[in-house]
Design a protein around this ligand. Structure first.
Ligand SMILES: Nc1ncnc2c1ncn2[C@@H]1O[C@H](COP(=O)(O)OP(=O)(O)OP(=O)(O)O)[C@@H](O)[C@H]1O
Ligand SMILES: [Mg+2]
Length: 389
């Protein structure tokens, strides 16, 4: 489980340290930074898939993702005594992402390359991984550091000494890309597998050509694909090796009197048949309404027989009628008993229903002077966090 997430210098997030629980709900007005926080978490996930540099390029480049305000906003700026202006930077400009887990914690710092006069490269705008650290426990201290990557050099603690694991790591490769070369550092492998276990669901497609509407290949599918291309197989897998009763209950909770059937069709393919009260024949996935299809996708995602280490749902309420949201909240709360869950939402009925769970950690974001902040978080409520210097 993640206990803390820390982000600095990323879009509207100048500095943010967030305490996490089993069930986390991120909410706040438009433009408060919910999606930025969600993207920061996705970027962290990309480091373990070997794609963080590319993901930043897709976002428009590191330079445009840096926080566009001053490093510090002084009390006098806040009181409008002096205009908001840049201060002298404390150190080089870095995008920093990190988290504290149960046993190990991790942080990465990305920056722009130093221009070299005699070296011309088409990739001179690629961000570089400047620093990565894995340490024991939640709060970074030099004494708790286990693996330290500074530029191309990776070292791991070996008793009282430091063992050099790699000296020429490319600036675009993360520690996690080097696992095969890093003997004697089980923490890197453990953390990589942990992060690779995070699962993101973000706006399922429901248009006429959406993968979820097609007749689909039917092989055992304990994990629904993020675009829903294996919905029928995922639902049947829940039936056979998951919790079929929970599946039927989830369907009837949302659509009273309805029932799902998966029909094998020619060529090892599966089709969804959705029986509803009052109809003489079942409807196929192609005929379902956007909301019904999305809801079935959410059921398949949340009742997975193979729960991830972290399940992230970005605005799952999209195109659902408010009356469906309490049932969705019940599904999410149930899922949070098997894995850590993170929900970004601004649907008031979903928020209210999730808050019925005493375990729900509700993070309300707001923007002050352009910076994303947590409503009501004082200095003392912020979880302890130090960035590796
Ligand atoms: N580089 C940057 N520096 C500072 N602020 C930025 C930067 N890039 C984007 N922003 C700000 O971040 C805000 C957008 O945040 P985000 O998209 O996370 O909002 P949101 O809470 O998801 O809103 P919505 O509910 O509308 O989806 C915008 O107000 C934008 O001005
Ligand atoms: Mg958003």
């Amino acid at each position: 489980m993640l206990n803390t997430l820390a982000v600095a210098n990323y879009r509207s997030i100048n500095k943010l340290v967030i305490p996490l629980g089993r069930l986390n709900l991120i909410t706040g007005p438009n433009g408060s930074g919910k999606s930025n926080l969600y993207r920061a978490l996705r970027l962290l996930a990309e480091t373990a898939q070997g794609g963080v540099v590319n993901a930043l390029a897709r976002e428009g480049g590191l330079d445009s993702t840096f926080w566009a305000g001053p490093e510090n906003i002084s009390r006098r700026m806040r009181n409008h005594d002096v205009p908001i202006e840049a201060s002298v930077r404390q150190g080089p400009k870095r995008l920093r992402l990190g988290f504290a887990g149960e046993d190990f914690s991790y942080a990465i710092a990305l920056g722009l390359p130093m221009p070299l006069p005699d070296h011309v490269s088409y990739f001179s705008l690629d961000p570089e991984i400047k620093r990565e650290c894995i340490w024991a426990g939640a709060v970074y201290r030099p004494a708790s550091l286990l693996v330290n990557r500074a530029g191309p050099m990776i070292r791991a603690r070996e008793g009282r000494d430091w063992d050099v694991l790699a000296q020429h790591t490319p600036t675009f490769d993360s520690l996690f890309d080097q696992v095969g070369n890093l003997r004697s550092s089980p923490e890197v492998l453990l953390l990589r597998e942990h992060i690779r276990g995070w699962r993101f669901y973000d706006h399922f497609r429901s248009d006429a050509d959406a993968p979820a509407r097609q007749v689909q290949l039917g092989t055992r599918t304990p994990v629904l694909h993020h675009d829903g291309r294996d919905l029928a197989a995922a639902l049947q897998t829940i039936r056979e090796i998951g919790d079929p009763e929970a599946l039927q209950n989830a369907v009837s909770d949302a659509f009273p009197g309805a029932r799902l059937h998966i029909e094998p069709v020619q060529g090892g393919r599966f089709a969804i048949e959705f029986y509803q009260e009052g109809l003489l024949r079942p409807l196929s996935a192609a005929e379902l309404s956007d909301g019904t299809l999305r809801y079935l996708l959410l059921i398949a995602a949340l009742l997975t027989p193979r729960p991830p280490t972290l399940m992230v749902l970005n605005e799952p309420e999209t195109s659902l009628h408010p009356d469906l949201l309490p049932a969705l909240a019940r599904l999410i709360i149930r899922a949070s008993q098997d894995c850590q869950v993170w929900v970004v939402s601004h649907a008031s009925r979903l928020i209210a229903a999730l808050q019925q769970d005493p375990e729900c950690n509700c993070i309300v974001l707001e923007k002050q002077f352009g910076q994303t902040q947590i409503v009501g978080q004082g200095m003392l409520d912020e979880p302890a966090w130090n960035w590796p210097d």
